[in-house]
Design a protein around this ligand. Sequence first.
Ligand code: ATP
Ligand code: MG
Ligand code: ZN
Length: 498
Amino acid sequence: MLSKLSTVSFSGIETKDVSVEVQIASGLPNFVIVGLPDKSIAESKERIRASFSHVGLTLPPRRIIVNLAPSDLQKEGAHYDLPIALGILAALEVFDKAQLQEYVILGGLSLDALIAPVVGVLAAALMASSSQRGLICPSANSNEASWAGAHLNVLAAPDLVSLVNHFKGACELVAPTPPDVKNKLTPTYGDMRDVRGQSMLKRVFEIAAVGHHNVLMIGPPGAGKSMISQRLMGILPPLSPEEAIETTMIYSLAGMLPEEGLMVQRPFRAPHHSASLVALVGGGIHAKPGEVSLAHNGVLFLDEFPEFSRATLESLRQPLEANTITVSRANQHITYPAKIQLIAAMNPCRCGYYGVPQKECSRAPRCAADYQSKISGPLLDRFDLVVYVPQVPIDDLLPQKKGLLVESSATIQQRVLNAVNFRQQAPTLADDDLLPETQKSLRIFAEKRDLSARSCTRLLKVARSIASLDASVEVRSYHVEEAIHYRYSSPNTYSAIS
Ligand SMILES: Nc1ncnc2c1ncn2[C@@H]1O[C@H](COP(=O)(O)OP(=O)(O)OP(=O)(O)O)[C@@H](O)[C@H]1O
Ligand SMILES: [Mg+2]
Ligand SMILES: [Zn+2]
């Protein structure tokens, strides 16, 4: 007796078709799973046995062979329990096995035959949808599966018995519907209005929001660096539906999805500087996306930037350039998406007050030189904007300053959206189409500072964002000059950085 059905294997957010073949033959009672299963899949035999006995079934005293094909692909994860169990039931002709053909099946099993939630359901659902098949998944993952589109036939079952009853025609499972996520769009971060003074920093953040530029902030304690970073979320354009699906796939694989099964807001990740390299880049024994991927299509905020280990900081170079991160495991490489906007904050020196008027740095200038040198040249090269954030004058902090216009996040976000829309609609001009005056100011500055090609490209990108805020199709020399100002004019006390 033979049955064959489809499940999935994951490499990052990529999916591969895996077929589960079950043969039940006469011979000494035995139950083996072949096809490079990892330990957790090998253990699924015990969960299947226990679930079957819970519902009053016993495995036949025969030879049960389960083959996971292709046989040269390493398989891992907890989602093979359900397809193997269904394969055995189909081979035993408990129901008509032809019914399983049009599904991709994944799910875990508990000892009492409940179907346990698993990771990666949205990616599997999209795979099923693209090959015109349906999906069988745990009911705990049904919200997530429903985001693959209304046309996808989803069977989300709470337990093995209801699934078997469905196939026997005894009791039909109803298709899940996408939950309402509108009420989830309320912001969880503060408003830009709370940030007093710091007008240049706010302008920098507005420009950064238009072009998703990376920002490094250097300044003394309590200047508002952490405060403004959290508020960036309120001025960024909302996630597009495609971005939401991609980000959701990552959170699904990490087992971190909210109940509604969809990421509706850009992620903001702020790992502590003591976070391990694996926590940051991903991988590890159970191959999980790391912080750089959890921040995909959103913001990675690294506070006290030089305090991160050198290995951690250098690992950011790939995602900042390629928008992906590749992690090596025992015998394979896994690539996760990692399109991040990096916002980093640091004090000018370890004690925090180097170069601050009326404050003393006890070990100047070594204190600053040592601290700033932790940021390598190539890493620094990847920041589009590097700004010095001074302490806020007390006058700016006092709330009732007359005539002071403090803009809300909503106002700033509207300008950002206008700029982004303008750029999308304006005819795109190639970089070699620059106005002669713009080329000239760019060349003069690049030669004076001996800029790398990457720095030049990034400078021009910032200038383009500034031009879009100006609703200007052309990048003018004053746009370039403003971009230069926000990247290359930290006070000369910050020699290592500027
Ligand atoms: N520009 C500002 N406007 C209003 N409040 C501010 C401002 N800057 C700082 N504060 C107040 O000071 C607190 C500390 O600011 P924040 O944590 O952002 O400083 P920081 O620059 O990140 O300092 P550190 O270098 O110590 O991390 C804020 O929570 C806020 O209450
Ligand atoms: Mg801070
Ligand atoms: Zn110091």
